[in-house]
Write a protein that binds this ligand. Sequence first.
Ligand code: NA7
Length: 553
Amino acid sequence: MTTNPLHAPSSALRAAPTRLDVAIVGAGFGGMYAVYKFRQMGLKIQGFEAGGDVGGVWYWNRYPGARVDLPSIDYSFAFSPEIEQEWTWSEQFAAQPELLRYINFVADRLDLRRHIQFNTRVCSAVWDEPRALWVVKTDRGDVYEATYCVMATGPLSVPKDPEIPGLDRYRGRLLRAARWPHEPVRFEGQRVGVIGTGSTGIQIVQEVGKEAGELFVFQRTPSFTMPMRNEALTPDYVAEVKRHYAGIRESARNSAVGGTRPQSTRAFFSVTPNQRRQLLEDAWKNGGLAMLGTFSDLLTNPEANEHVAEFVRGKIGEVVQDPVTAEKLKPRDYPIFARRPCLDTSYYETYNRPNVHLVDCLNDPILEITEKGVRTQSGEVELDVLILATGYDGLTGALLAFDVVGREGRTVNDKWKDGARSHLGLMMEGFPNLFMTTGPNGPAALANIIRISEHDVDWIAAAMTHMAQNGLSTIEPTAETEQRWMDIVFALSQRSLLLKAKTWYVGANVKDKPQGLTLFTGGFAKYREYCTAAAQDGYRAFTFTHAKEAVGA
Ligand code: NA7
């Protein structure tokens, strides 16, 4: 028998449903840490994961060239000093196989898998108001009842097929980047097509271009991409990092991006044209996302932004030999960095290969997928393999994909019909005891997702502890609280150039999706301040019910 005040009452007489303290949906970085943290607190937990194992996007995205665009030492868990010391990264920007090895290492080391049901999709989570608990049903027909539901469903977990007629007619091999086969795929001698030139398409093109007989890249919107300048990490560097992890993590938590990337406070026009040029050249040479941090106002000052965009367009022209192809690859109609900046190892160089062909879908739109390939206005391109790198229903897709029903039968779909609403990206009015990690209206996608995930889980854990210590059974932000947060998010977003590109950040890539920037653009450190304040004032902006108030409690 437990003495932990956080524990759910046991229901010895009922074989099913299974009673939990916390149901955790998703076993990517956020879900894994949630499992660990809540288990440490002595809670009865159950994780659910649609994939066959841990890892989230890194479990699914096994396409050639898949690689993280943040330094590996930042893109890793910070909660365990032991794991930090035991794991050694081999490259500055780890590739997917190494990331998945790391994720598996953590899962084994902490024995997380026994708490997670894999190959299991949650089909509904319904709030039972009288009993103050969530009823969670899975596609295996199992039913759970949980005091808390934590949606660690990730901002990029619902891949999106392109809205092109005829996809189901295609008789060649169709591959989706986000559902890549587990066995190696060979492209030698094949005619391969790639639709999509975001981060994913760019990573695929530069790898498959080396191998395919012919590669056709169907580009609608060109991306800006910058050299990653990836390199192997030396033992000395790794040892130095391991000695200083505590400080590295602390500075990451206090930075806008949740990582070690320097962020200058220098405005673009505060230095001379020559100095600006030199700083941009240095950033290009240093690689990674250095350029974004070189000036403080690149996402707010359109004129400064355009100077940097022109600098990168110039670089494209220097690399790509065919001037017509180079011109098509140069993005012209949105600010640089308004679409997720990509990092590449040889993307523009790939177009100098004779087997690689750029199809400019702005001037030559795709009309349909045929049995044999892709038909654009100018004709049919026959393909042995067609790869879809067409993005995700980002930020909101995962929670809208199943029935999440809160108080008075209101669904998340109802609540978000005009755009995602939440308080701090963590909770929603009308959905008591339901938490999100890296949720919409938080900084997800604009800062290191692992730092955000850890922060969010810690915040949720503190809220649960507060409730246990005070005999509280439900927590929910008030409508006013939520509105105040939405006002802050909206006001900040209006200053941001992120609004000026048609991207998944603003919902532009999904038909009929409400448009708007549902991201907190004030930076990770500021976001943490808001979340800390919300807890430190005794959770005044939340309503609670006492255990005895819940009917049947
Ligand atoms: P993105 O960045 O959303 O890119 C998807 C790409 O697919 C983009 O180039 C789209 O062009 C293209 N697309 C989508 N539908 C079509 C159709 N119908 N025809 C032609 N092209 C199409 O997704 P990624 O997976 O690359 O990256 C997602 C995030 O992962 C990234 O931001 C990083 O955070 C990591 P469009 O721009 O719509 O013209």
